[in-house]
Design a protein around this ligand. Structure first.
Ligand code: ATP
Ligand code: MG
Length: 416
């Protein structure tokens, strides 16, 4: 019988890689905490209508990419394809807005999308993201963007470009929508099949198409920035000016509409030139309509999500991080010695040392070999003689110097 393999589009994160993940999580968390964002953890699956209503039925995510199934109770369940809908659901359900002010939340975890797996694109992948709920100030947009750029900077990542656009409010988009229909209709036959369909359902999405020919046609499409009303225009100008105030460089990309329906005003992406085709490491924007659309009260909000796998790919290119190694490798042989080694190892850990105990019971030579390979600086040796004498041997693995000390002096000896 063949061994069972992991599901296509999923990946194990192995002990040799986990160091990158922990570094990423730690770095991001420290920066999020400094701006007083609180972590929230929502379930990995939700009722399907949450995503249909929240993300929008005409989007690729809902239309083609969701992992949806009927459970044993005949409910339609979906593995979350993104984090915002669940966070907003929780925000409404748990009345997190009760405080009346601004809520700052972050999350990280697995997301699921049925896509063609390739480098930087998986079916189970991970995002870290934040949501700032309760403010419509352009400063809020800039706060979240600044946190994203701070995280990427703290990770040491380079060759990143922040692209920004405004998708306006509902009314602006209605006007723009008609302009797009007028523009694309004569080219209908040349658009990819999905975009032909979008022409009637959601023409904005055509700008998001990854089809080469459609992209070529879209190059000359009208710009949404010419369709913004005064309020939207003023919001966008303020965001741009505040970014400059913080010294954050950006490019305006008037084709940037993003894959999800709930965005209003600011939309942005951070793109890496070191990743090939799957180049976007962070995507986000303002979504003033979502909370009310999901049954909450009118609450303006802005947020982003970063694809963690793509960040890890960049980190791996940047600097080799070493897997953790023990401080001490503990070798013992003989019944009494092995039991006593267990006790001493535990005691050393309580004193803050990282200790790996050799459990093999094999001869000393074999255990020493493993000690050499372990990366530890010190090897402790306990045999029958040492047990009888109340001593222990301390070997410095770098210099191969070895000395016998009394067990009572062990901690002071290895601290020096
Ligand atoms: P893309 O255009 O690459 O499909 P998207 O617009 O669908 O991205 P978002 O929904 O904005 O992506 O998600 C935010 C980020 O999550 C992306 O910028 C990317 O870094 C990451 N991401 C999205 N889908 C995947 C996936 N299938 N595998 C790995 N990372 C992903
Ligand atoms: Mg996508």
């Amino acid at each position: 019988m063949d061994n069972i393999q992991a599901i296509r589009g999923t990946k194990d994160i192995l002990p040799s890689e986990i160091i990158y993940w922990q570094y990423l999580e730690k770095t991001a968390q420290a920066i999020l905490t400094k701006a007083n964002y609180q972590e929230i953890r929502t379930p990995i699956f939700e009722q399907t209508p949450l995503f249909e209503r929240g993300i929008g039925e005409a989007t690729d995510v809902v239309g083609k990419e969701m992992y949806t199934f009927v459970d044993r109770g005949d409910r339609s369940i979906t593995l979350r394809p993104e984090g915002t809908a669940g966070v907003v659901r929780s925000y409404i359900q748990n009345k997190l807005y009760a405080s009346g002010g601004v809520d700052r939340l972050w999350y990280s975890g697995a997301m699921f999308r049925y896509e063609r797996p390739q480098a930087g694109r998986q079916r189970q992948f991970h995002q870290i993201g934040l949501e700032l709920l309760g403010s419509n100030a352009p400063r809020a947009d800039v706060e979240v963007i600044a946190i994203a750029t701070d995280i990427l900077k703290a990770l040491g990542l380079q060759n990143l470009t922040l692209q920004i656009n405004s998708v306006g409010n509902k009314e602006d988009r209605q006007n723009y929508r008609q302009a797009l229909v007028d523009y694309f209709t004569p080219y209908k036959e040349d658009l990819d099949i999905d975009s032909q369909d979008r022409l009637t359902r959601n023409p904005l999405r055509i700008l998001d198409s990854k089809d080469k020919k459609t992209q070529e046609i879209a190059k000359n499409a009208p710009s949404i920035l010419d369709y913004l009303g005064n309020d939207s225009k003023s919001h966008f100008d303020k965001v741009c000016n505040l970014l400059s105030l913080l010294g954050i460089s950006y490019e305006i990309n008037n084709r940037l509409v993003r894959g999800l329906d709930y965005y209003t005003h600011t939309a942005f992406e951070i793109i890496s030139s070191d990743l090939g085709a799957q180049a976007t490491v962070c995507g986000g924007g303002r979504y003033d309509g979502l909370v009310s659309q999901l049954g909450g009260s009118e609450t303006p909000a802005v947020g982003w999500a970063m694809g963690m796998e793509r960040l890890i790919l960049l980190l791996e290119q940047l600097q080799p991080l070493k897997a953790t190694t023990p401080d001490i490798y503990f070798v013992s042989r003989g019944d009494k010695a092995e039991n006593q080694a267990l006790v001493i190892a535990q005691n050393l850990r309580h004193h803050g040392f990282k200790v790996e105990l050799d459990l093999s019971g094999s001869n000393f030579a074999k255990q020493f070999k493993r000690g050499d390979r372990s990366g530890a600086k010190i090897c402790l040796v306990l045999g029958d003689t040492e047990v009888e004498e109340g001593t222990i041997q301390v070997k410095n693995l770098a210099t191969s110097q070895q000395k016998t000390v009394s067990q009572q002096d062990l901690i002071t000896t290895i601290k020096n």
